[in-house]
Design a protein around this ligand. Structure first.
Ligand code: APR
Length: 168
């Protein structure tokens, strides 16, 4: 499996599946959730209404509608509460469950945003190692994982995490 980090906007990624950092309602929001719903179009919201929400750490699959990506995997990251309330395990579960939905869909390339490190306040320096490590150790048929970072700080953090991991 190839794992890479790029700087960019996940809504234009030409991969089989993009991951959305959603909330438990799955009915849209701000951040990457808002961008994905805006780019995918109103059919996405209609489809999500039928899903009954999503628990923190879980992931649900929808079509990509007007996105270049064929699928969207909606996952709900933990809100940062200081790091002693199971946040790392819940964040790891988001990546693991998202790869499981990708496998179920037959997706071979998956783009992730930096889950929980925006509105949910998870420090990116603590989230990136969890994200990279979980993707590295999860058994999956996915051939390419791309971390799509929306700002320089996030990009530098994931890029350096991948470099240090690949050196070991
Ligand atoms: N492409 C890639 N990454 C993006 C994009 C985009 N178009 N827009 C924002 N991001 C980045 C943010 O800069 C941050 O690094 O996604 C990362 C996750 O931030 P949020 O979108 O705020 O997601 P999160 O921290 O998981 O909070 C989820 O925010 O939008 C609401 O409905 C959502 O309630 C949920 C909460």
């Amino acid at each position: 499996m190839a794992i890479e980090a790029v700087r960019g906007d996940i809504t234009v990624e030409r991969v089989d599946a993009v991951v959305n950092a959603a909330n438990t309602s799955l009915l849209g929001g701000a951040g990457v959730d808002g961008a994905i719903h805006a780019a995918a179009g109103p059919e996405l919201l209609e489809y999500c209404r039928g899903l009954g929400g999503c628990a923190v750490g879980e992931a649900k699959l929808t079509p990509g509608f007007e996105l270049p990506a064929r699928w969207i995997i909606h996952t709900v990251g933990p809100k940062w509460r200081g790091g002693q309330e199971g946040e790392p395990d819940l964040l790891a579960s988001c990546y693991r469950e998202s790869l499981a939905r990708a496998d179920e869909a037959g997706a071979e390339s998956v783009a992730f945003p930096s889950i929980s490190t925006g509105i949910y306040g998870y420090p990116v320096a603590q989230a990136a190692p969890v994200a990279v490590r979980t993707v590295q150790i999860t058994s999956t048929n996915v051939r390419l994982v791309r971390f799509v970072c929306f700002d320089d700080k996030t990009f530098d953090t994931y890029r350096l995490e991948l470099q240090s991991n690949q050196r070991t």
